[in-house]
Design a protein around this ligand. Structure first.
Ligand SMILES: C[S@@+](CC[C@H](N)C(=O)[O-])C[C@H]1O[C@@H](n2cnc3c(N)ncnc32)[C@H](O)[C@@H]1O
Length: 430
């Protein structure tokens, strides 16, 4: 169990500044980590953060002074141990307790040992009390703020919360001009990648996206894109006529899928962030998508020679609340201030694009279920700029998405497609 101390090291950094992006922190750490148990480390770090609310509750049950949390490093080791004891059956209990007690500072050993021994004695009782808790925030380790937002879009049933509390799966697409579905299937099989096929979306689902990325020579024709993101490209493909501006395009998922589905249209793909745009350029080259034209541009200073575009895609920066499975740190991190800041920016972006492209249609999307940055943005901009909604629900349902329709758009809810939660609306002038 060599992964326990390195996991604690990543988690200590994370808890020192919980606003850090956990995914980036872990990626940086793993670059210098040669050990074979990268997978155990990744699952432990994400698992602890995913279950943070429940782990703090359980540790609290065994503290003498309930109002005083243990020292930071000790607390992290305790969280790891409680996570492995309650939510993983991959390791023997005695080994978890011994490893963690050995790893903590000398003066903390008796305390950590006592907490973990008590937990072991009451393990089943503690597990039952969480799984039968009437408090969904504890049962599914999710903040009250996010619960309220999920309730608002009718996505807070037990099944929905359980879905959002699971480890993520990933989706793989490819350029059909480079590979047929049969060839893609064969390539994954011969590389030993376990997968499920989603025939209505011409894509594959896998838990082993990491293994795909580690084999660029064999599997470089694939790109990872969640089925939620794919819905934006499917809508764009069904709507666009000749020219599309994807104005917040990097690293390029929506443009890439649109280019695969509609090789006949021209896609101007821009982003304000040059580093992220470089990723898009690499993806275009790798996938041979020569109908995408990338360039750096700020939405608020968008160049004046693209007015002929008939569809504008704004996949706006947002809290990413819909990606909780992939980014479990968001379960307790998203604050009112973040939501307000995002929604103000999103409204300004959409309004500025409506002004710049008065004759186009606008496809607004966010990977979020929070009203203020989804339907709330569209409601305000549509009212002030005289826009109307184009129906999108039938197309989304044709592809088996589970949809909650609103006045202007649709939320993608948990479904058999394993999609992230998204909001999208297609708007046009009245
Ligand atoms: C949700 S991400 C886009 C994801 C992308 N559409 C995809 O499918 O890969 C939002 C993007 O908006 C970009 N962005 C933020 N502010 C912007 C601005 N003022 N102008 C242009 N792009 C901006 C960010 O750099 C980020 O890449």
């Amino acid at each position: 169990m060599k992964f326990i101390t390195p996991s604690a090291s990543v988690l200590c950094d994370y808890y020192t500044d919980p606003q850090t992006n956990l995914r980036m922190l872990l990626t940086r750490f793993l670059e210098h980590y040669a050990a074979s148990d990268k997978n155990a480390l990744t699952r432990t770090v994400y698992g602890v953060v995913r279950k943070d609310i429940a782990l703090e509750h359980v540790i609290g049950l065994f503290l003498k002074n309930k109002s005083q949390a243990p020292a930071a490093a000790t607390y992290v080791f305790l969280k790891i141990a409680v996570f492995l004891l309650l939510y993983s059956d991959s390791y023997p209990e005695y080994a978890v307790v011994n490893e963690v007690v050995n790893a903590v500072a000398k003066k903390e050993k008796p305390f950590v040992n006592a907490v973990l021994r008590q937990l072991l004695r009451r393990k089943q009782e503690v597990k039952n009390s969480i799984s039968s808790s009437e408090n969904p925030g504890l049962k599914f380790s999710i903040s009250a703020q996010l619960l309220a937002s999920l309730q608002q879009v009718s996505a807070a049933s037990e099944a929905d919360l359980e879905y959002l509390d699971r480890e993520p799966v990933f989706h793989l697409r490819f350029n059909p001009k480079q590979m047929s579905m049969d060839q893609a299937r064969q390539a994954l099989t011969s590389a030993g990648i376990p997968f499920r096929e989603l025939p209505q979306l011409d894509c594959f689902e896998t838990k082993a996206a990491g293994q795909v990325l580690e084999k660029p020579e064999q599997l470089g024709g694939f790109y990872v894109q969640n089925t939620g993101s794919q819905a934006v490209a499917l809508l764009a493909a069904a709507t666009a006529e000749k020219t599309v501006c994807d104005v917040a395009a990097a690293p390029g998922g929506k443009s890439q899928t649109l280019a695969c589905l509609r090789p006949d249209i021209k896609i101007w793909a821009s982003d304000v962030n040059p580093q992220r745009l470089r990723l898009l350029e690499q993806n275009i080259r790798r996938l041979h998508l020569d109908t995408i034209f990338p360039f750096v541009a700020d939405i608020f200073k968008y160049p004046h020679d693209r007015e002929a575009a008939d569809l504008i895609i704004l996949d706006a920066p947002c809290t990413s609340s819909g990606t909780l499975r992939k980014n479990p740190d968001l379960k307790s991190k998203i604050s009112k201030e973040m939501i307000e800041k995002n929604s103000r920016q999103q409204r300004l972006m959409l309004a500025s694009l409506v002004e710049r492209f008065p004759h186009a249609r606008w496809l607004y999307a966010v990977c979020s279920f929070i009203h203020e940055e989804s339907e709330g943005v569209v409601e305000k901009v549509a009212a002030s700029r005289g826009l109307q909604a184009v129906a999108i629900q039938p197309l989304l349902e044709k592809y088996h998405y589970r949809v909650q329709k609103t006045k202007f758009g649709c939320y993608l809810l948990p479904s058999e497609l394993n999609n992230d939660l998204f909001y999208m609306a297609l708007l046009e002038p009245k």
